[in-house]
Design a protein around this ligand. Structure first.
Ligand SMILES: *Cc1c(COP(=O)(O)O)cnc(C)c1O
Length: 421
């Protein structure tokens, strides 16, 4: 199988970058991120007030947030740190959707102080927020359809998911909000993750439109916006194709015309909160081959590890690998590409056909821009890598330095011990 995935840079460019910033590092492609934001906005331009709230957890770096903000995206936050990052780039107020779960009161407070849309995860949180902070004017609920929908591998089945309200609780919850003087109402769900079948999201729109209509009929409440969640997938494998965003936008518009307009609920804003599809395809983990090993299988050892990118180890996720300068060489070796953790699942690829790889070759692990660096950890004392931004003008900017041992040990009390210098 010839399996070439295009790259927005060549070997010479990356070698020059690696001279200044040692591998491993993440490299994000600003141009690609901007183009994806524009396509998404275009696909939903029919919906007045459309916004994709970028899921900050996917790529929590203010330089990336600034780019997506400048393309008109909002921020979807689930924690205080993500709120702080958003505020840093001027994302505040209703440009933030606070979709959290099992939320501590301090995090609700931080979100409310910023004026973010509070998207409550449970009916008991109505009273919790009201008691501690008072309810804001606008409140959103997260719906969990339970057995009515099937999810997919990453997110699991809704009926087994800890998130959201049941349908019955949703109606009761809006009634409670009315009684407590809330004036504005929104409805949210998130039932897919990395889903490449666009029709899945059309079904989600149908489900939320139908609920908005029934909520209006039964309670006299007009839902101000429905949030279809994130979860639009990306083609990790070269033989996969992306979701056709323009077709997705048109199909949801058609449903809107069929359901919302006749119910006299126009205008109802439609919003999304995708992270992965915005930055995922435009981030690359660059790593160098440092060893070979030939035992019962053949191994290529690289200087990155699962601590930099845990998706393959955690979910068995496929990430395409290009060997720079050998993209078109015969892929006639079958190898496991491994990191250095004392964990046998520290593998970026298992029995993958790749060209012959030598020490010093640079490997690019594709589609790492979302849920990549962000999921990094420090097990085994492995330090998290730098993040670099390849700007539209071709310059490279360091947007997060690599961690040092000082960072790693910063929280340890070394006082009683003689610290080696
Ligand atoms: C993670 C998450 C998202 C973003 O998911 P992607 O797969 O990155 O699009 C959006 N909303 C919620 C509630 C999430 O937990």
């Amino acid at each position: 199988m010839s399996s070439v995935k295009p790259l927005p840079f060549d070997e010479a460019t990356v070698r020059a970058i690696a001279e200044k910033y040692p591998t491993p590092f993440y490299l994000y492609d600003e141009k690609g991120i901007r183009e994806t934001c524009r396509t998404l906005n275009k696909a939903f331009a029919w919906s007045e007030g459309f916004k994709n709230y970028f899921a900050v957890k996917a790529t929590p770096n203010p330089h990336i947030l600034e780019i997506v903000k400048s393309e008109g995206l909002g921020g979807d936050c689930s924690s205080k740190a993500e709120l702080i990052l958003s505020e840093t780039v001027g994302l505040t107020g209703e440009d933030i959707m606070f979709t959290s779960n099992n939320t501590p009161v301090e995090e609700y407070r931080a979100a409310k102080d910023l004026g973010a849309v509070l998207n409550l995860d449970d009916i008991s949180h109505i009273e919790y927020v009201d008691e501690h902070l008072g309810l804001p004017d606008l409140v959103s609920f997260r719906f969990n359809p339970g057995p009515a929908r099937t999810g997919n591998v990453i997110i699991g089945n809704p009926s087994e998911a800890k998130y959201g309200f049941t349908e019955e609780q949703l109606f009761e919850g809006y009634r409670m909000l009315q009684q407590r003087g809330v004036k504005r109402f929104a409805l949210h769900t998130m039932v897919a993750s990395n889903e490449l079948d666009g029709s899945f999201f059309v079904e989600t729109a149908r489900m939320l439109f139908d609920l908005a209509i029934r909520i209006h009929k039964e309670l006299g409440i007009r839902i101000e916006f429905v949030n279809l969640g994130g979860g639009i997938g990306i083609p990790y494998r070269p033989e996969e194709g992306p979701v056709d965003l323009m077709a997705l936008g048109r199909n949801i518009e058609k449903l809107y015309q069929e359901m919302i307009v006749p119910a006299d609920l126009h205008p109802l804003r439609v919003v999304l909160e995708n992270g992965r599809m915005v930055t995922g395809p435009h981030g690359y983990l660059v790593t160098e081959c440092i060893h070979h090993k030939h035992i019962y299988r053949d191994y290529v050892g690289v200087d990155a590890s699962m601590a930099n990118l845990m998706r393959p180890g955690m979910y068995g996720a496929y990430h395409h690998i290009s060997v720079l300068g050998k993209e078109n060489a015969p892929h006639d070796r079958v190898v496991d590409v491994v990191g250095s953790l004392c964990e046998n699942n520290d593998k970026f690829a298992i029995e993958r056909s790749l060209p012959e790889i030598e020490r010093g070759d640079l490997l690019v692990i594709h589609d790492s821009g979302a849920h990549g660096h962000a999921m990094g950890f420090q097990y085994n004392g492995k330090l998290r890598s730098a993040e670099l931004l390849l700007k539209e003008n071709g310059e490279v900017e360091l947007i997060r330095r690599a961690e040092t041992y000082e960072d790693y040990f910063a929280t340890v009390d070394f006082a009683p011990f003689a610290v080696p210098q």
